[in-house]
Design a protein around this ligand. Structure first.
Ligand code: NDP
Ligand code: TDO
Length: 303
């Protein structure tokens, strides 16, 4: 599409810009006509610092803030609940207040882990949140802080993010597959993997429509298409990686998550229903399998 189609330009501050989604979004918005991204990593803006938030927002006066910053280590959150709450609840709350004071809409990422995982058929936006652990609770309370402080918000819950960088299930399991003969994957944890690039695509599509002035504030779900388990995802990962490298792993063992001795409890089934996003913005789910192939290609240096 030619740049001349976009007559106005939207300045978008991206927080947590060095993370999986923050990085993907920065790269995408840098190529997007009519959008001026202002990526800020934690060193440039720590969202637990209220005065730094005010300073940066007053300085840049963006049209939108997209918050990709978060404390995302689910087991560590059980050991360090204060850190998790300081970032995901209190930092997000003060970000929303600063946005409200300057009338800047906020797009916030949240998680499938706000749900307890008992609905095997999947969760829609109106279903009751009932987090099982500290991480999920901190994300839910961050959502609520936004709803209290700022009408012009869009909370996008996503799930099981993977990318070629950062800390994620894909990279951790690939590393183990390179060094261990037998690896285990939970076959009783259902969800929908979502690539960081796909989340960035969805955010851009939302921003495009917000810049048209439509009033669609509220909570939405997005995840990659096709429900799987941690085992199913890992099986697809190993098949894709074997196209490029001989892996040490000989056996991928399906196990119950309870046998993996994790500190935090995770939802058994955290499928997000994405109909509202389709009905409101016309955004369709993209299959995670094709995204997985693309990310694996990227890992092996073939773009
Ligand atoms: N990863 C996943 O599977 C899912 C993630 N989400 C949500 O999506 C969003 C993006 O996730 P993802 O890209 O995976 O996250 P990452 O963990 O990859 O990145 C988060 C970024 O936030 C930064 N950060 C942490 N604390 C602060 C702070 N106090 N102030 C500013 N920046 C901070 C981190 O910096 P540093 O590395 O220096 O700590 C990191 O760069 C988050 O809100 C997350 O909760 C939702 C569902 C699934
Ligand atoms: C150690 C291990 C775990 N597992 C399973 C058990 C458990 O369900 C899951 C835990 O892996 P991780 O710690 O990477 O996953 P986790 O940190 O729970 O991932 C979550 O992160 C947060 C930020 C979210 O918002 C969620 O959507 C989700 O992506 O993987 C295996 O299958 N094999 C293993 O060897």
């Amino acid at each position: 599409m030619s740049a001349s189609v976009y007559t106005t330009s939207a300045k978008v501050v991206i927080l947590g810009a060095a993370g999986q989604v923050g990085h993907a979004l920065t790269e995408l918005l840098e190529q997007a006509p009519g959008i001026e991204p202002v990526p800020l990593n934690r060193r440039q803006l720590d969202i637990t610092d209220a005065s730094a938030i005010q300073d940066q927002l007053s300085r840049h006066l963006p049209d939108y803030v997209v918050n990709c910053a978060g404390f995302n280590r689910v087991d560590a959150a059980e050991r360090q609940p204060d850190r998790s709450m300081a970032v995901n609840r209190d930092g997000v709350g003060q970000l929303a207040q600063a946005c409200a004071a300057l009338s800047i809409p906020l797009l916030q990422l949240s998680s499938d882990y706000v749900f307890d995982g008992h609905y095997a058929s999947g969760y829609s936006e109106d279903d009751e949140a009932s987090p099982l652990g500290v991480f999920g609770r901190s994300k839910w309370e961050g959502e609520e802080a936004i709803r209290r402080a700022l009408t012009q918000h869009l909370i996008l819950r996503v799930s099981w993010i993977f990318s070629a960088r950062g800390d994620n299930y894909l990279l951790r399991m690939l590393e183990r597959a390179r060094h261990e003969a037998v690896i285990e994957a939970a076959d009783d944890r259902r969800g929908c993997p979502t690539s960081a690039d796909d989340v960035a695509r969805v955010i851009l599509a939302i921003l495009r429509q917000l810049t048209c002035g439509i009033n669609v504030w509220g909570t939405y779900h997005y995840c990659g298409a096709e429900i799987t388990t941690r085992y199913g995802f890992c099986e697809a990962l190993l098949a894709a990686a074997r196209q490029y490298e001989e892996l040490k792993v000989q056996q991928l063992k399906p196990v119950a998550a309870a046998n993996l001795n994790a500190l935090a409890q995770r939802p058994a089934s955290s499928v997000l229903k994405c109909r509202k996003l389709l009905a409101t913005f016309g955004i369709r789910q993209r299959p995670w399998r094709s995204e997985l192939q693309r990310v694996v290609r990227e890992i092996y240096g073939e773009h």
